[in-house]
Design a protein around this ligand. Structure first.
Ligand SMILES: *[C@@H]1O[C@H](CO)[C@@H](O)[C@H](O)[C@H]1NC(C)=O
Ligand SMILES: *[C@@H]1O[C@H](CO)[C@@H](O)[C@H](O)[C@H]1NC(C)=O
Ligand SMILES: *[C@@H]1O[C@H](CO)[C@@H](O)[C@H](O)[C@H]1NC(C)=O
Length: 299
């Protein structure tokens, strides 16, 4: 049977051990947020303090990706001396100082690596409610090459739409359209969504022709694509004016010639007719005053 002294010893053990257990395991994230450029390596820091042997140490890193924050995935696990990587991350993720630290190195980072990481450390029999650390990782990326397209009618008076879309880039690239003539003219861009922007050109004219550039840029860089518009009927406008003048001139000359010809024809035609009429008149007169006729009338 346990006497009063036995109870006291048990009580002392409990009092002395319980607080020690509570403070024993502590996780410390040296940063709460990190930023890395896509392709670079990053160390996700997670250190812990424990006073127990590390034989039953268990570490789990999880990621709640930016793209799907509600479905966290395991990144890497350390359990009973074994390391298990998430299959899709094999070759890119490793522990940096296991078992003394839970730091993780992530190589060849990708935009999909961005999100909230949790570092969970267990070292039985120690327990703690401070054994989870949290870290936000941002992965920035330069814009990818945008795609330029144009739609519409490139004849004078028509409407043309220039569209530009970029598939990658963090932060979201800004899109700009410029008309590259002697001087660059910036055009108002209508954003269809975050990653595509278009420009509307109404009433196409000769000035519409030329090279257009769409640039996608963020703080890491800029990429451009181009559209070369040729307004066909209007591209000949300078020579077209000349042609029109020449055409008008030649038509005027032709008309003049026609008028002259008609007038000449009319005159010659009138002269011929006049001679015939005179001849007819002569004949008429002849008949009228032919003695036979006169005679006959007397018959
Ligand atoms: C990550 O890169 C570092 C430095 O190049 C290298 O020591 C480490 O082994 C790489 N980790 C993996 C998982 O490839
Ligand atoms: C189209 O452009 C021409 C030449 O610049 C102009 O005379 C005409 O008024 C314009 N039409 C419209 C509908 O804006
Ligand atoms: C744009 O197209 C026109 C006509 O096809 C051509 O003469 C000109 O060289 C082109 N410009 C560029 C920059 O490709």
């Amino acid at each position: 049977m346990m006497g009063p002294s036995g109870s006291w010893i048990l009580w002392t053990l409990c009092v002395c051990l319980t607080p020690r257990q509570n403070v024993a395991l502590r996780v410390n994230m040296r940063d709460s947020s990190l930023e890395v450029v896509q392709g670079d390596s990053v160390v996700l820091p997670c250190s812990f303090f424990t006073s127990s042997p590390l034989s039953r140490l268990n570490i789990v890193w999880t990621l709640a990706p930016v793209s799907s924050p509600d479905s966290p995935m395991q990144v890497i696990v350390y359990d009973h001396g074994q390391v298990i990587e998430e299959p899709s991350l094999i070759g890119r993720v490793s522990f940096a100082g296991i078992p003394w630290s839970a730091d993780v190195i992530l190589n060849d980072t990708r935009v999909s690596d961005a999100g909230v990481y949790h570092c969970m450390v267990n070292n039985p029999p120690e327990t703690s409610d401070t054994s989870v650390g949290e870290l936000q990782l941002s992965v920035t990326a330069p814009p990818s090459l945008p795609v330029c397209e144009w739609f519409g009618d490139v004849s004078v008076g028509g409407s043309v739409s220039l569209s530009c879309s970029v598939s990658e880039g963090v932060p979201t690239p800004e899109l700009h359209w410029d008309h590259l003539e002697e001087e660059e003219v910036s055009l108002p861009v209508h954003m269809e969504d975050d990653l595509s922007g278009s420009v509307q050109i109404f009433n196409v004219s000769a000035q519409t022709s030329g090279l257009y550039r769409c640039s996608a840029s963020n703080l890491l860089g800029s990429q451009s694509c181009y559209v070369n518009l040729s307004v066909y009927s209007a591209s000949q406008s300078s020579s077209g004016v000349l042609e029109a003048v020449t055409l008008t001139l030649s038509m005027v000359l032709l008309m003049l010639a026609l008028v002259l010809l008609l007038r000449w024809l009319h005159r010659t035609g009138h002269d011929g007719k006049g001679k015939e009429e005179e001849e007819e008149e002569e004949r008429y007169n002849e008949i009228q005053y032919t003695p036979t006729v006169v005679k006959r009338s007397f018959v």
